[in-house]
Design a protein around this ligand. Structure first.
Ligand SMILES: Nc1ncnc2c1ncn2[C@@H]1O[C@H](COP(=O)(O)OP(=O)(O)OP(=O)(O)O)[C@@H](O)[C@H]1O
Ligand SMILES: [Mg+2]
Length: 414
């Protein structure tokens, strides 16, 4: 059975709506429709699923511009065709600029079926492009996780060893002479169980960090805490940074920002991995990655990742955000990191910029507008073991083994 087209008509004239529907049915389109003529009714109908919206240019107390605004606010990609009496060309252009997809005059309705078919095809193309984009972002994130996976497994191994050793010792101490357990034995058991809990807590934190990055598909856009996400990303990258540099964090107050935590983490992880890869291993004492966050004068969150690495030559700087632009060896870089990072930041209404000097290092700066959406804290916050936001102006510095660094980073923000 052919699919029924669901048509939403915004028109105050019932007769006109019937003329439109008759024209479409005569052209062989199978359709169901609803007609609305007010802001309230349209808002309600936009909760439903529609294939196309046909809107009159102006109605008493309502206009195509307001209707376009409501569709935009609803965050849906709905083919929007103006079907109206003749209005001047200037007005038609104006409403197209405001986001309408096409314009058909009521005295030339025979053009409407073709216009609808074309807009449905275009909407399909847009959907497919979004799906591919989504897939690209996800594969790039998975590739970054691949880079840090060995390090994360290593981080899991350490607390696991402590946990098993301490649990075994506690059990042995208890079973040695359970009946006559004296105070000294009780103290040993207590200490070992404390170590077990500590190790289990570190494991929980690692799991929360990995979980934050491994969300597939399009997560809901909610407000996320920059510091929590940044701290997770630093922990995920620790194995890559240790042996190359200190990681110095100076987390200031920042507003919540509106993008999925996994995407924000992807931005930070890309910048951190690039910074680490720009520093040759073996001279950790003299190199650092400095991460600074603050709120700028316009209320936006600013995140800076500065490294003392090799810097970026002027020639490379020009193409740094282009896809597949890499100076790294095959198997090390695909050249998608900054392309995807730029896309995520711009989609969130933010900006990314950098300064670099060959031989001295590079600073990347991400600016993100403050969110007006509800907070997602319960799902990625402390309950999941992610680091709590640091107090303003707090500075942490870590170096040496990634295991110690992991623990230090955790306690620096506890
Ligand atoms: N902090 C940095 N210091 C020096 N060069 C950098 C830095 N960040 C990026 N670059 C340069 O920009 C290029 C593009 O970076 P991008 O992150 O897009 O790709 P990649 O790191 O090469 O590969 P991928 O991120 O896909 O693994 C890098 O190959 C490198 O030459
Ligand atoms: Mg990269």
């Amino acid at each position: 059975m052919a699919k029924q087209l669901r048509v939403l008509i915004v028109d105050d004239a019932e007769d006109d709506a019937h003329l439109i529907v008759r024209e479409l049915r005569n052209a062989g389109l199978l359709l169901s429709f609803v007609r609305v003529a007010t802001r309230e009714a349209l808002t309600r109908q936009l909760l439903d699923r529609w294939d196309v919206l046909l809107c009159d240019y102006s109605m008493p107390g309502f206009s195509a511009f307001e209707a376009l605004d409501l569709v935009r606010q609803a965050g849906i990609d709905l083919p929007f065709i103006i079907v109206s009496g003749t209005v001047g060309e200037a007005r038609a252009v104006e409403v197209m600029r405001a986001g309408a997809h096409d314009y058909v005059f009521k005295d030339n309705l025979s053009r409407l079926p073709l216009a609808i078919e074309r807009e449905l095809r275009e909407a399909d193309n847009r959907r497919e492009r979004r799906r591919l984009q989504e897939q690209l972002l996800l594969s790039e994130r998975m590739a970054s996780i691949g880079v840090v996976a060995a390090g994360v497994v290593h981080e899991i191994n350490n607390p696991l060893t402590v946990l098993m050793g301490s649990a075994e010792l506690a059990v042995r101490t208890l079973s040695a002479d359970a009946a006559a357990a004296d105070n000294a034995q009780k103290t040993v058991v207590h200490e070992e169980l404390d170590r077990v809990l500590e190790a289990a807590d570190r494991l929980r934190q690692i799991v929360a960090d990995v979980k934050l990055f491994s969300h597939a598909g399009a997560d809901p856009v909610v407000s996320v805490d920059v510091t929590n996400t940044l701290a997770s990303s630093v922990r995920m990258a620790l194995h890559e940074t240790s042996g190359r540099c200190h990681v110095v964090t100076r987390f200031g107050d920042t507003p919540l920002v509106a993008l999925p935590a996994s995407r924000l983490g992807q931005v930070f992880l890309n910048l951190l991995l690039n910074a680490a890869q720009a520093i040759a291993p073996g001279n950790a004492e003299h190199n650092e990655i400095r991460i600074t966050t603050f709120t700028d004068e316009t209320g936006w969150a600013v995140i800076e990742v500065a490294d003392t690495g090799c810097g970026i030559p002027a020639q490379v700087q020009k193409t740094i955000f282009e896809p597949f632009m890499t100076t790294k060896a095959v198997g090390v870089g695909t050249g998608l990191g900054l392309f995807v990072t730029h896309r995520i930041v711009s989609d969130a209404g933010g900006r990314i910029e950098f300064e670099s000097e060959v031989g001295r290092g590079t600073t990347f700066r991400v600016r993100l507008p403050a969110s007006t959406r509800p907070s997602s804290e319960p799902s990625v916050g402390n309950s999941a073991g992610v680091l709590p936001p640091s107090r303003p102006g707090k500075e942490g510095k870590r170096s040496g083994s990634s295991r110690r660094a992991y623990a230090e980073l955790a306690s620096a923000h506890a």
